[in-house]
Design a protein around this ligand. Structure first.
Ligand SMILES: *[C@@H]1O[C@H](CO)[C@@H](O)[C@H](O)[C@H]1NC(C)=O
Ligand SMILES: *[C@@H]1O[C@H](CO)[C@@H](O)[C@H](O)[C@H]1NC(C)=O
Ligand SMILES: *[C@@H]1O[C@H](CO)[C@@H](O)[C@H](O)[C@H]1NC(C)=O
Ligand SMILES: *[C@@H]1O[C@H](CO)[C@@H](O)[C@H](O)[C@H]1NC(C)=O
Ligand SMILES: *[C@@H]1O[C@H](CO)[C@@H](O)[C@H](O)[C@H]1NC(C)=O
Ligand SMILES: *[C@@H]1O[C@H](CO)[C@@H](O)[C@H](O)[C@H]1NC(C)=O
Length: 303
């Protein structure tokens, strides 16, 4: 092997697997088994929370003294050097976490110091980074925030998209790609990155939305292979052999197919002919597995 090609192999190897623990260069907080990311910006509570949700996370659900002080002392850049600025937390004024999860922990200091009655709907909880104490402010006020992100349970190749604890990539290869070739492609590209990949299985509305969004980014309003199949008219199965616990097939979805059926996700209606799916965007349809999809889109997932 000459010098240049061995360099390429090394480069590929290091490129292949991003930080195996935390997505988006976030920092691991071991006691709570979560990743935390400074967002270097301020916004109102609702925007802050939805930015965290877009990354598959939530505003921090603070569960302990240790986590509270970890967040307060989170490495700051110049923008955040003013440490007495407020920092939104993902907890409700009356307890519990806004993004799911519960916590008995709070750190309000002396409650007698509260200057006004708390509105459980319009008020949100912030932390003063320099005192580490919590207080309440109108949710519409602006504050800095960190996002709490789920730990990666799979290795996610660089340039693949990590979300909701999964790892996905949408491919657009060439005209006329039947499901079997898309499946083979996922497996092969996974091997190159030293991960096990296959056509994506989908287990929740949230995961469906993530994958739909990735498909839409390609700007092909076509159908996209996912990993659902139904050979010989038998029951449905995923190519990664996970449970079929979420079904987003249009009710009349199998009309186009009776045996050796594979599922596509509808990214847009205009190229769906001969399918006629009104309001079927982001829903699934069973089509013959041998169908050559027009834009040849498919979504792979690391399993
Ligand atoms: C945070 O606490 C410091 C010290 O008590 C105080 O000066 C500052 O005003 C507080 N900031 C907020 C946003 O309450
Ligand atoms: C509560 O008020 C007292 C007296 O004004 C003050 O010394 C103390 O620091 C305050 N505590 C908090 C948590 O703000
Ligand atoms: C709360 O009040 C008590 C009694 O006044 C005081 O000793 C304590 O330092 C106060 N704690 C805070 C966080 O202000
Ligand atoms: C891929 O799957 C094989 C067979 O199930 C397993 O032995 C191997 O550890 C998996 N590799 C990774 C990187 O998960
Ligand atoms: C497949 O199943 C559907 C619904 O159960 C049935 O209507 C259809 O005739 C079956 N097709 C074949 C080829 O068995
Ligand atoms: C699609 O189906 C709808 C409702 O069944 C029907 O009104 C419409 O004419 C169909 N469009 C095409 C292009 O077949």
């Amino acid at each position: 092997m000459n010098e240049i090609s061995s360099f390429l192999v090394v480069a590929l190897f290091f490129d292949a697997v991003a930080d195996p623990h935390c997505p988006f260069s976030s920092t691991y907080f071991e006691p709570a088994d979560v990743c935390l990311k400074e967002m270097y910006r301020e916004d109102n509570f609702y925007v802050a929370e939805s930015i965290c949700e877009l990354m598959g996370g939530q505003l921090p659900c603070v569960t302990s003294e240790g986590m509270n002080s970890f967040i307060a002392n989170f490495p700051k850049d110049l923008y955040c050097a003013e440490s007495s600025l407020p920092l939104w937390l993902g907890v409700y004024p009356n307890g519990g976490c806004t993004g799911g999860g519960s916590s008995q922990y709070s750190n309000y200091g002396n409650k007698t110091n509260q200057t006004k009655a708390v509105d459980p709907v319009l008020d949100c909880v912030f932390m003063n980074r320099s005192t580490q104490f919590w207080s309440h402010a109108s949710c519409g006020d602006r504050a800095q925030f960190l996002c709490q992100l789920p730990v990666l349970k799979v290795n996610c190749p660089a340039s693949w998209e990590f979300s909701l604890g999964g790892c996905y990539h949408v491919f657009h290869i060439k005209n006329g790609y039947p499901q079997s070739e898309a499946l083979e492609y996922c497996v092969a590209i996974g091997k190159r990155f030293e991960v096990n990949a296959t056509l994506a299985s989908i287990h929740s509305e949230a995961e469906n939305e993530i994958i739909f969004g990735l498909g839409q980014l390609t700007a092909y309003a076509d159908i996209m292979w996912i990993g659902l199949q139904s050979s010989n008219n038998e029951s449905l199965s995923w190519t990664d052999e996970s449970a079929v616990d979420f079904n987003n097939l249009l009710s009349d979805g199998n009309n186009e197919c009776s045996s050796d059926c594979c599922a596509v996700m509808n990214l847009g209606a205009q190229f769906l002919s001969p399918l006629n799916v009104s309001n079927g965007i982001s829903r699934w349809n069973l089509v013959p597995c041998s169908k050559s999809t027009k834009a040849s889109l498919f979504v792979c997932k690391v399993v």
